[in-house]
Write a protein of this length. Sequence first.
Lengths: 103, 527
Amino acid sequence: MDATTDLNAVYAPSKDVVTREFDKELIIIPLVSGIGDTENELFTFNDAGKAIWDKLDGKRNLEGVVKELSAEFEDLGEKLGEDVIELVTELLRRKIIVEIPRA
Amino acid sequence: MRTKEQHIQLVRQAVGWAYSQLNWLTDEEAILAMEDREQLLRALSGKVNDSFMQNKLHLGALSPGCVNCGNGTWSCLFLNGLCTADCFFCPQDRRMTEERPPATLSNIVFHRPEDYADFVQKVGYKGVGFSGGESLLAYETLLSFIREIRKKLGDDIYLWIYTNGDLVDENKLEGLKQAGLDEIRFNIAGRGYTLRPVELALKFIDTVTVEIPAIPEDFEVVKDAIGAMEHIGVHHLNLHQLLASPYNYSALAHRNYTLLHELVGDAYTPYSNWVPVLDSEMTALRLILYAVRNSISLPINYCCQAYKSRIQGRGHRMRAASLAQNAFEDITDSGYLRRLMVQGTPAMMEHLEGVFAATGSPDNLWALNEDLSGLSIHPSLLKYVDIESCRFTLSYFLPHLHDANQPLPPQTAGTNNSLVTTSYFKADLYDDADSEETIQGFVLNPQRTLSIARYPIAEYHGLSMVMIKSFQSLFIDKMNQREVLKWFSENYDISTKENIQDMAREKDILLNLSTWEQVPSGFPEIY
């Protein structure tokens, strides 16, 4: 089933991944099969990706993530929201992030 | 660890031209079959036992013979190749017309009962099953082997025979009892499930078992027979999963059975193109459920192919490995020999030898290579390896006890067996008999010596210290896999881009090592 992205949902890194930094890139290392490296390659983030990743810490919903990033990167305009949602959808599909159950 | 696709490809190769003539599951059918089996297992949950690393499902107690099998302390001697019956399900070659001398599964021939008794004693078996063809066609031979083993091992051995019951009579049963037989197992499926010989045997032999394949069309007949077996006092019912072999492919295809992509054989068996039948597994589980729901007290054991491949295979390897092992090697949980070698300069090796000696460890726990560039060490010495920069090699060997005068089973030398199928990072893999590393003699008595061979099956070079520490945590200290992988991922040196690729590959190796290190448990995936 395809993962669906919800602006009201709160997302956090899966407990089944470890992150490492190399040469300004963030590398996602899956701990179990079926996560992250679906094409047998490690998932990596550049600076922009890292900024999004840092906000996906289980403390704010996706709408909040977009708002905070929009404030920090004003020059990127409306496209930023689309990029964030696209990335989050991909991370969900790869099970690199998970949705925090709502109380 | 093989992928599903690799398994399917292996089975295609092994079955050969017949593959297209036989029934296999589509993906959708496989999902439905898994759901059906899951439903049966849920209904049985809590009412049956799940022994031998959750590979054997049984209701009530197992026969002592089956316990020996599960413990890896069982030898089977095939007395001849002839049979009085011609059962459609028999996976053996029934074209044989001449007597064959008694031989083990790995084709060690024993003309003299004395040699076999020495073999049983020296290898340390606790149980022996005599099979055929039809074992009672070789009645006098059978008696001589039973008597000799009983004479040599006394009560320290459990003996049973397999028969179809055709030749059973009071005189033979009395003779078997006097010789020291503990158990008789009847396959009555080829004779309409008649209990007549079984009933007779109950008067003479301490333990009487009915051991039959679970035949889907016979479900109702066997259901009724279960009640009759309980009534007359049969001690155990063993239900086998039907196996398809080149000798019964057409018979099973004619019955429209569905076959599974599971290979039966191991490297030392001649069964590399045998595969199990799905419908038979479902039938066995339904029969056990019937017994549960009807409060039948007859112990019933389902002997599935996964159990045989995993646990019987492990047992054979374990026994051979214990004979072939060097002090600096270990035997893995799945019965392979494992060797760990530190690689480095001669100076580093000399340093390590000094470190080990200073700990007071016995000096047979390490061995230096001829070119002084590698030191094979027992894993217990790993904690003293103080050179972070050194690299390691992990090697796995298949131990095999055989008769040097007999040819090895052909599949041992083939490429479509279960030895090695995937390629690994910096690994040299071996899959032919010519790569046999060492052969050592195994003396049974002044007249008879066997050979212990070891086949290199996988070798992983250039492994990092982090990888080896993770390997130790995972497979020797049995730590949680997730925690070990977390530690591995957090501590792997990634100071260069190449290191990142190496890390990914070493992680794959770490996970793939379970092929040689661990025995799987539970029912395998259906496909």
